[in-house]
Design a protein around this ligand. Structure first.
Ligand code: MN3
Length: 212
């Protein structure tokens, strides 16, 4: 059985950028539903329920065909939200990427500057029609910004996400209503750059050989 992980901080830790009520609903209801739906879909396949979530997500051919789409969407939701909680934190130091030498240098050389990177990330997030995510990924040793629909994760395309933002309306509607751009702007205040830098190192190490 997959289980809902606790948030790594209090529900109100990301205030005022993401409000307490949004975090409660997002974690306790939305994320919890992804976990429950995955478990329900695999109730007849207990051997799959003991697998590592990412390992199972990368081998969906093991899932019986009639359950595959449900598992892809809901297990993706579980993986994405677990990742998302981890790349945010209270009291983010906005300038931390400056001290993370390698990642910052790569962001600057790839996009031109940190500010241009932020603009492009916002553009891609705004450009996602309907529900989905915007990601900073390592793709074969290079940084890139991509967007995915629904709960798809870039690892399905052998890209390693190092930063990601949920742009489903449920992630921001209570506070920001339909103004997604304000939610994306606020996000920069709560990015856990230390965690992003860790993810970056992992992604760069995968350059040789890619995913198995
Ligand atoms: Mn969500």
């Amino acid at each position: 059985m997959f289980t809902l992980p606790d948030l790594p901080y209090d529900y109100k830790a990301l205030e005022p950028y993401i409000d307490e009520e949004t975090m409660k609903i997002h974690h306790d209801m939305h994320h919890n539903a992804y976990v429950k739906n995955t478990n329900d879909a695999l109730a007849q396949n207990l051997e799959l329920l003991v697998m590592d979530p990412i390992e199972l997500y990368l081998s969906l051919d093991k899932v019986p065909e009639q359950a595959r789409t449900k598992v892809k969407n809901n297990l993706g939701g579980h993986i994405n939200h677990t990742f998302f909680w981890g790349i945010m934190c209270a009291n983010s130091n906005f300038h931390l990427p400056v001290s993370n030498g390698e990642l910052m240098k790569n962001i600057e050389s790839t996009f031109g500057s940190f500010e241009i990177f932020q603009e492009k990330f916002s553009e891609v997030g705004l450009g996602r029609f309907g529900s989905g995510w915007v990601w900073l990924v390592v793709d074969n040793g290079k940084l890139d910004i991509v967007s995915t629909a629904n709960q798809d994760n870039p690892i399905l395309e052998s890209k390693t996400p190092i930063l990601g933002l949920d742009v489903w309306e449920h992630a921001y509607y209570l506070k920001y209503k339909n103004v997604r751009v304000d939610y994306i702007s606020a996000f920069w205040n709560i990015v856990n750059w230390g965690k992003v830098a860790e993810n970056y190192e992992v992604g760069m190490k995968l350059k040789e050989g890619g995913k198995s």
